[in-house]
Write a protein that binds this ligand. Structure first.
Ligand code: NAD
Ligand code: MG
Ligand code: MG
Ligand code: MG
Ligand code: MG
Ligand code: MG
Length: 330
């Protein structure tokens, strides 16, 4: 796979263009501020009522309503929650998509599942940082960057890839490395990763381990440390040097016990379920369910969110973390 770095991208391609970032949340604030620091003319599109309006203005950014920003902009990056994008696009962005403009995304959901079908006479690109927005901002300020994926859905101008690379450079992505993919692959792997491993899989693994210890009569404090707190230290080792570094760093007892027992926790049945989850993503079944959930006002999400917030690991965790002085600094 080709990896693009700083020398492969030219900031001049977007300099002097009107660049609108819709939304000022996790990704929005990071893209807007990094691009501004890279010398771009950036405006943020928000609701008049938004609590972030003042914050963006104080950061030295132009702030508009979404329709004003869409009208002003040459390049429009949609960094709204995925479930709100279709509605905002239809009512406040689409009317201003005149020939030659560029529409950009940081995740492919709405394009891949055809919730948004842009006109043919514009460029449609993706720049997806592989990390939360606050990391995209922090690494940029520290002089490094967050790796990004780029993808081209429509190349009307013949310059779509250059624009995506320029955006990636402007937010610091080419300092770390940028890989080209497709909207389909980014969308499907992103959904699978968060469902099976990163969010869903890891949360259920933590809860099951914690419950097993507490139900066996061990103190919740110990269960919290073993099953949640220490996970960060382990994940840092994966991040730095993979499975080998993790196993090197833990004791031989942990390495032997882990390798002989881990396969009993996560086994061929687990993988069978992972394949089912992937199929539901590929067929569009998950997307359909999520779109329906949003039409109904997110009843299942609200119920499950409340259940998770009330889990005993959250009570003991809040208490223990309040004693960790180094966490209070953030
Ligand atoms: P977020 O929820 O943190 O922020 C959304 C912003 O949109 C907020 O400023 C909110 O006030 C604003 N907003 C919401 N509804 C609006 C409306 N109707 N009109 C105007 N503004 C509105 O969202 P996020 O997590 O930054 O996600 C944005 C995009 O980035 C999504 O496509 C997501 O998949 C993608 N992405 C997120 C991450 C991440 O780690 N958070 C990583 C990669 C890609
Ligand atoms: Mg959230
Ligand atoms: Mg992701
Ligand atoms: Mg995601
Ligand atoms: Mg231990
Ligand atoms: Mg070891």
């Amino acid at each position: 796979m080709k990896v693009y770095y700083d020398q492969d991208a030219n900031l001049d391609i977007l300099k002097g263009k009107n660049i609108a970032v819709m939304g000022y949340g996790s990704q929005g604030h990071a893209h807007a501020l990094n691009l501004k620091d890279s010398g771009m003319d950036v405006g943020v599109g928000l609701r008049k009522s938004s609590s972030r309006w003042k914050e963006a203005e104080e950061a030295g950014l132009k702030v508009f309503t979404v329709d004003e920003a869409a009208n002003w902009a040459d390049v429009i990056m949609i960094l709204l929650p995925d479930q709100n994008q279709k509605e905002v696009y239809e009512s406040q962005i689409k009317p201003f998509l005149s020939e030659g403009k560029t529409l950009a995304f940081a995740h492919g959901f709405n394009i891949h599942y055809k919730q948004i079908v842009p006109p043919e006479n514009i460029d449609v690109i993706m720049i997806a940082p592989k990390g939360p927005g606050h990391l995209v901002r922090r690494t940029f300020q520290e002089g490094s960057g967050t790796p990004c994926l780029i993808a081209i859905h429509q190349d009307f101008s013949g310059q779509a890839r250059d624009k995506a690379l320029t955006w990636a450079k402007g937010i610091g992505g080419t300092r770390a490395g940028v890989i080209e993919t497709t909207f389909k692959d980014e969308t499907e792997t992103d959904l699978f990763g968060e469902q099976a491993v990163l969010c869903g899989g890891s949360a259920e693994l933590i809860k099951a381990g914690f419950e097993t210890l507490v139900e066996a009569g061990y103190p919740a404090e110990l269960a919290y440390f073993e099953c949640m707190h220490e996970l960060k230290l382990i994940v840092d080792l994966y991040y730095e040097g993979g499975l080998t570094r993790m196993n090197y760093s833990v004791s031989d007892t942990a390495e032997y016990g882990g390798m002989t027992r881990g396969t009993r926790v996560i086994n061929s049945d687990t993988k069978k379920v992972m394949k089912e989850i992937l199929s539901e993503i590929q067929s569009g079944k998950f997307a359909e369910e999520w779109i329906e959930e949003n039409k109904n006002g997110q009843p299942t999400l609200n119920k499950l969110r409340k259940e998770n917030q009330e889990h005993p690991i959250e009570k003991i965790g809040a208490k223990l973390r309040s004693m960790m002085s180094w966490l209070k600094k953030n």
